[in-house]
Design a protein around this ligand. Structure first.
Ligand code: TYD
Length: 218
């Protein structure tokens, strides 16, 4: 028998794109539409993940780029085991604020860790929990960094780092045109949210899924 699996959406982008605001708005819109949604952020959303988040974002010790990578990957593994996996069988939609592409963009393109290694690690830790859709919010780092403030370990890095991360994200999107859709963040929150809903509707088709849900219940 075919097992139901939630539609997985991940959100990506450099600092200051408004990604978290948009993903949370979408999550409540989908809930209002009657879809069962789960929302997670990376690193975090598991006890271990939140501890790792604290070390990665606010810890004082200097970390090598590979150590950083391995910590993000470890947090991802726990998130998949403790939260994503159990929820893909129960929910209609699982939203993840940052996921596999962030490590390729930040630690790979930004900090020079071997991209093939990151791809392999990602593959091992996410298993079948592959995003059906990834939204990449794109902004010039000069604007993004002003919007986000320069608080944590990553935000404090040089503009050239953020430029490499941005270029990395755009490259990943080019290589995965079916999965990754780009939204340019050059307008207001509402317009961007509408663009996001249009993209999602093209991929997920709210109406058809709703009908299917009510038919399944009968
Ligand atoms: P967060 O405050 O969640 O940033 P944002 O609100 O912009 O999403 O902090 C997450 C930080 O961790 C962000 O700077 C990106 C970085 N990061 C990586 O470098 N690699 C990763 O694999 C992930 C998931 C995040």
């Amino acid at each position: 028998m075919h097992k139901k699996q939630a539609f997985i959406i991940s959100f990506e982008g450099i600092e200051g794109t408004g990604k978290s605001t948009q993903s949370r708005l979408l999550s409540s819109f989908l809930a209002k539409q009657g879809f069962k949604t789960a929302f997670f952020r990376e690193p975090g959303s598991s006890v271990f993940g939140e501890q790792i988040r604290n070390i990665l974002l606010h810890g004082k010790s200097k970390l090598s780029a590979l150590s950083e990578t391995l910590l993000f990957i470890a947090a991802r593994e726990q998130l998949r085991i403790e939260k994503i996996q159990p929820n893909i069988a129960k929910k209609d939609i699982v939203i993840i604020d940052r996921y596999i592409d962030a490590t390729v963009a930040y630690q790979g393109y930004g900090s020079g860790v071997d991209i093939e290694l990151i791809n392999q690690l990602n593959k091992v830790v996410i298993g079948k929990c592959i995003p059906n859709l990834t939204i990449l919010f794109d902004i010039d780092p000069k604007i993004g960094l002003v919007r986000s403030g320069r608080g944590d370990r990553f935000e404090k890095r040089k503009i050239s780092f953020h430029q490499r991360v941005r270029m990395g994200y755009l490259k990943i999107a080019k290589e995965n045109p079916d999965r990754i859709k780009i939204i340019k963040v050059d307008t207001d929150i509402k317009t961007i949210q509408n663009q996001l809903r249009t993209i999602l509707n093209n991929e997920f088709n709210f109406k058809k899924r709703k009908h299917k849900k009510s038919a399944d219940k009968k």
